[in-house]
Design a protein around this ligand. Structure first.
Ligand SMILES: C[S@@+](CC[C@H](N)C(=O)[O-])C[C@H]1O[C@@H](n2cnc3c(N)ncnc32)[C@H](O)[C@@H]1O
Length: 295
């Protein structure tokens, strides 16, 4: 099911902002291609609905859990991510924030452009496959000055196949995706779409959990992730499995050089394969920012 809406209100599914609903039913494949869902292998066609279930389950507590599991550090990483991109420095920019969830990155982009450059014309379209995550985002934006302005809009769509009629070729100056790409079934398909919708010279920027090089830090991080995060998930949301998946999916994500190559293969130019080049590690690689420019 695909639904697209703009400046939606909490009752968005019933509002006039609800624009489109399409149902598709695929027949089962006897020899399905497999992909990872955390540490499990599942048929590719099932991954999207499994991921959707995870975020349906965590949506209402997503922001709280982010703070609890990272002790608020995700906020610093997101601040670093957005300030490294300096949106608005050359004038207003048209941004698309994919897998944008509850709008954390969108809000930072708009705040940064306004606070640093008095820019009230930069726009962000938040795109996510999960309507419940977007609904949380809409709720949050209602309390901001951006709500019901052309600066922000929310759209339900799959990062791997953005509807071309809505998300046209060569349209955006900046494409951001934060903690989202590892949840997608096909990373190359996401990168291909990012390349398609960006203008030549536009920037692709990804913030994602990544690979920690330091063995001591890596061991401590593993112990923390696999014991504390699922436990917090159980205590705060009653859902251990979703948080177990989120941790496992981090370990399955390609390491920095491999992901940088995928970005180049999609047609982007990156810096050299090193920290400070094609990517910038945060906290020794616990998280990492990858950027590329559409050539
Ligand atoms: C961990 S959340 C990150 C949300 C937000 N970017 C942030 O940093 O707080 C991952 C998001 O990716 C979305 N997602 C997963 N697969 C997707 C897909 N194929 N297309 C678009 N969004 C997807 C989920 O619904 C979820 O909202």
């Amino acid at each position: 099911m695909q639904t697209i809406f703009r400046n939606a209100r909490p009752s968005w599914r019933h509002s006039r902002h609800f624009l489109r609903t399409v149902n598709t039913q695929a027949s089962p494949d006897p020899n399905p291609k497999m992909t990872s869902f955390g540490y499990r292998d599942v048929p590719e066609e099932q991954k999207e609905s499994l991921v959707k279930d995870v975020f349906d389950s965590v949506a209402s507590k997503y922001d709280l859990m982010n703070d609890a599991t990272s002790f608020g550090v995700h906020r610093l990483w997101k601040d670093d991510f957005v300030s490294s991109l300096r949106p608005g420095r050359k004038g207003p920019v048209k941004c698309i924030d994919v897998a944008g969830g509850t709008g954390d990155i969108a809000l930072r982009i708009l705040d940064y452009a306004r606070e640093k450059f008095a820019d009230r014309e930069t726009t962000v379209q938040v795109v996510d496959i999960n309507g419940q995550m977007l609904q949380e985002g809409v709720r949050r934006f209602r309390k901001t000055m951006y709500y019901n302005t052309p600066q922000i809009s929310f759209h339900e769509a799959n990062a791997q196949e953005l509807p071309p009629s809505k998300f046209q070729d060569n349209t955006y100056d900046l494409y951001t995706i934060a903690f989202g790409i590892r949840n997608c079934t096909s990373i190359p398909a996401v990168l291909k779409e990012a390349h398609r919708v960006l203008k030549p010279g536009g920037t692709f920027a990804c913030l994602e959990f990544s690979r920690v090089d330091n063995p001591l830090l890596s061991t401590l991080y593993d112990q923390y992730s696999f014991s504390v995060i699922p436990l917090l998930g159980t205590i705060l949301t009653g859902d251990r499995e979703s948080y177990q998946y989120l941790v496992e999916s981090i370990r399955k994500f390609p390491p920095q050089p491999q992901f940088a190559k995928m970005i180049r293969d999609a047609g982007f130019e990156t810096g050299l394969d090193a920290d400070g080049g094609a990517w910038t590690n945060l906290w020794g690689g616990v998280a990492c920012v990858h950027t590329g420019v559409k050539v």
